[in-house]
Ligand binder design. Structure first.
Ligand SMILES: [Fe+2]
Ligand SMILES: [Fe+2]
Length: 224
């Protein structure tokens, strides 16, 4: 189903507006309040653009429907400032469907986008992600994870450490646990059939973080 560049630009502008409008009134649960910058619309919108870039990159090698992937990436976190985090996959899928149906997009296309977005954050069992999930769902999950690793994951956690007044040792532990640990746990979980390009991208970004931390540890050996 041919989408024009203007369509994608319109989707992106709509998502950006929904995030910034939602953030004005959204209240996070208390245990989320130490998660700046992750809870700002600036961060979440930038993350959205990164995920879009990664799905386009992965689709070239792993296949899948490019337009379903692009649209799903743009809308996948649109509800971040409209609902509780635990249900944001389903709510984002619903917000995307409402917007796309209003614009007269083909119902099969809209259903595929809905499923892809819902799958990126749902409690479906591993058997679904190992065998039944469409390749677009797997690619979106890979792209979403990839952005939390690599240079962006490190910079986000360094900013977060500053915000929470963490010093070297605590920062080191946070990078180990939330960046390296997160990627390693995902890759070894056995709960999803990674695509070849997706696994490689995640491993490359993990390797970058390990190299970065290795150099920091050499430089600050007394504390790291
Ligand atoms: Fe998400
Ligand atoms: Fe995301």
């Amino acid at each position: 189903m041919p989408l024009a560049q203007e369509d994608l630009a319109g989707f992106t502008a709509h998502v950006r507006k929904a995030m910034f409008d939602g953030a004005r009134t959204h209240r996070w649960p208390d245990n989320f309040t130490n998660l700046w910058p992750n809870i700002t619309p600036e961060y979440r919108f930038q993350h959205t653009l990164h995920v879009l870039k990664f799905v386009e990159m992965l689709q070239r090698e792993d296949g899948g429907d490019l337009e379903v992937l692009q649209t799903s990436a743009i809308f996948h976190d649109v509800s971040h400032f409209s609902c509780h985090y635990d249900v944001h996959g389903r709510v984002s899928a619903e917000m995307a469907r409402t917007y796309l149906v209003e614009r007269g997009l083909d119902s099969t296309f809209v259903d595929r986008v809905y499923q892809t977005i819902d799958d990126h954050a749902s409690d479906k069992p591993p058997s679904y992600y190992l065998t039944d999930a469409p390749v677009e769902s797997i690619i979106l999950i890979e792209a979403d994870l990839a952005d939390k690793l690599g240079p962006n994951g490190v910079v986000t956690h360094l900013l977060l450490s500053g915000y929470n007044r963490r010093l070297w040792q605590a920062t080191n532990e946070a990078l180990e646990r939330f960046v390296i640990g997160r990627g390693e746990r995902a890759l070894s979980s056995g709960k999803i059939r990674w695509t070849p390009a997706g696994r490689r991208l995640i491993e490359e970004r993990l390797a970058w973080v390990r190299r970065f931390l290795g150099e920091i540890r050499e430089d600050i050996a007394c504390v790291f």
